[in-house]
Design a protein around this ligand. Structure first.
Ligand code: PAN
Ligand code: ZN
Length: 191
């Protein structure tokens, strides 16, 4: 039996950065281009403005293993691709019946959830909102505000991350700006 040393981490509440982060993952528009519904808007942005940072994940470095509770903070930059808000790639857990907890830290956004049969929900997230991802719900987050949106996430270490299902099929619903309001609409590119 391995006895881990207890450790404290700090979250910079204004930026959502986790310190010390063991690893920081940066996701840019170029690598996420296929995930946005408006492909013309993707091409236009890449051609005129070049690549852009969509979000960063600061991982605490807790082992992805049964019994552990890995956690991270995510910071999504404000902005849209066409009408669609900047968002994370989104995933299901490999073990579908593993849940997750999200805590809003800064800015405002939406937690977008869907089951494998395409049922979709969205939860508005602000600093202090605890969003619960129940077992079996795929999940992604979007920044629906005008400043960086940051949140903490903690999940069971054995859950695993399945990105392929979302890459192949997309989310059934996407979060777009309609009449100045974040609105969930059917995703025209969903398979
Ligand atoms: C979160 C997400 C994080 C980044 O920690 O991994 O917000 O989103 P993607 O993983 O979809 O790129 C989580 O849900 N972990 O299970
Ligand atoms: Zn997750």
């Amino acid at each position: 039996m391995l006895i881990m040393e207890p450790r404290a981490f700090a979250i910079e509440m204004d930026t959502g950065a986790l310190r010390p982060a063991e690893r920081v993952i940066r996701r840019t528009l170029r690598e996420m281009r296929a995930l946005f519904a408006d492909q013309d808007a993707v091409e236009r942005i890449l051609a005129t403005d070049g690549d852009r940072l969509i979000y960063e994940v600061c991982l605490a470095g807790i082992e992805e293993a049964a019994g552990q509770i890995p956690y991270s903070t995510t910071v999504i930059q404000p902005g849209r691709v066409g009408d669609e808000f900047h968002m994370t790639k989104g995933h299901f857990h490999v073990l579908r019946d593993r849940a997750e907890i999200y805590l809003g830290l800064a800015g405002e956004g939406h937690l977008i959830l869907q089951t494998e049969d395409g049922t979709a929900r969205s939860l508005s997230m602000r600093p202090g909102t605890v969003g619960y991802v129940p077992p079996h719900w795929g999940h992604r987050t979007a920044n629906s505000g005008s400043v960086p949106f940051a949140f903490l996430a903690a999940w069971p270490g054995e859950a695993g991350h399945d990105y392929g299902t979302v890459e192949e099929r997309g989310f059934a619903q996407i979060l777009v700006s309609r009449d100045g309001r974040p609105t969930l609409i059917a995703n025209p590119t969903h398979v």
